[in-house]
Design a protein around this ligand. Structure first.
Ligand SMILES: Nc1ncnc2c1ncn2[C@@H]1O[C@H](COP(=O)(O)OP(=O)(O)OP(=O)(O)O)[C@@H](O)[C@H]1O
Ligand SMILES: [Mg+2]
Length: 310
């Protein structure tokens, strides 16, 4: 059964320079127990996609489409109901732990506060639960560390705190935005293992640049380019049989493949190219690519690609 269904989602930001089409028609669904990865270059709209599901966008944003979760469209529920959803059903582990944690509040208190707000526990029980959560994410001496401030934690430890905070209310769906960014290899491996364990029976939308991390954690992945998905399939299928030129370029730009970056830069989300959004950077471009916007087509079971030449 699907946990989350995103249908024709468009999230735009009207700005003085123009209309930023950050998420521009995304449809995807995530099954219960599934980890679905979204991968793409910087600025393609990954974080905005996650924030749209949580409805944590600035008031200037316009959002259209449907986000179905547990029998309702989250874009239509009240703000009060949405607060409950954020506390109890869906958690987002934000991209940047340094700015997401409050520097002047002790770590244990920050987690306890989230628990108290959503689970109605008293202060003492919430604090106790916060320590349990720190223990669950393998922070040594959790009772003592709970009394420390964020700056006393290393990058990897802060990331664990973010995960503890996300899991504190036992959500069924987790949106993790670059949970391993900026961590060195050993710490990254530990965080990946931790995420794997704590999300075993949950649905997860994993946003990452890191194909290695995606490969370890995801059941399926989608490649996102300039606000839209260009290919998605089972993880194994993507690695063995990538079809979209962007996917191939992305796989080829892995450090262990010799790092051959895709030539050119992603388009501005204000002035998207006509036709296929990738055509200005694609070596297979023909006339049709410049004129028509390709639809997502299922080329093999469960393998979808948006390319005329796939
Ligand atoms: N509040 C906003 N107002 C205007 N534009 C915005 C706003 N928030 C994000 N954007 C734009 O939306 C686009 C998508 O941003 P987003 O943060 O989702 O990218 P991303 O894929 O997460 O990148 P990264 O990999 O660097 O985290 C960017 O062009 C960004 O500048
Ligand atoms: Mg981001």
């Amino acid at each position: 059964m699907s946990s989350l269904e995103i249908i024709d989602l468009k999230t735009h930001f009207p700005t003085p320079d123009g209309h930023v089409r950050a998420v521009d028609t995304i449809t995807l669904s995530i099954m219960e127990n599934e980890t679905f990865g979204v991968i793409g270059e910087t600025g393609c709209g990954k974080t905005v996609l996650g924030l749209s599901v949580m409805r944590l966008l600035p008031p200037t944003a316009t959002i259209a489409g449907k986000i179905r979760y547990a029998g309702r469209n989250l874009l239509e529920v009240s703000e009060a109901e949405m607060r409950r959803v954020r506390g109890e059903e869906i958690a987002m582990i934000l991209q940047n732990p340094t700015t997401s944690l409050n520097p002047v509040i002790r770590v244990g208190e920050q987690i306890a506060e989230a628990i108290r707000l959503h689970q109605g526990l008293n202060k003492r029980d919430a604090k106790k639960k916060a320590v349990e959560m720190l223990d669950a994410v393998k922070i040594p001496s959790p009772a003592e560390r709970a009394n420390e401030y964020p700056h006393e934690f290393s990058g990897g430890m802060k990331q664990r705190v973010m995960i503890a905070m996300g899991l504190a209310c036992d959500p069924a769906l987790i949106i993790a935005d670059e949970p391993t960014k900026g961590l060195d290899v050993t710490i990254k491996a530990q965080i990946v293992e931790l995420i794997q364990k704590v999300t075993e029976k949950k649905a997860m939308l994993l946003i990452t640049h890191d194909l290695g991390v995606a490969r370890e954690l995801c059941d399926r992945i989608a490649l996102m380019y300039a606000g839209e998905l260009v290919e998605y399939a089972q993880i194994k299928e993507i690695f063995e049989n990538p079809l979209h030129p962007y996917t191939r370029g992305f796989l080829g730009s892995l450090p262990d493949q010799g790092l051959v970056p895709i030539p050119g830069i992603s388009p501005s989300l204000i002035e998207l190219p006509d036709g296929c959004r990738f055509h200005p950077r694609c070596k297979y471009t023909t006339d049709v690519c410049k004129q028509k916007h390709p639809e997502m087509i299922e080329v093999a079971e469960g393998h979808f690609v948006r390319c005329f030449h796939a």
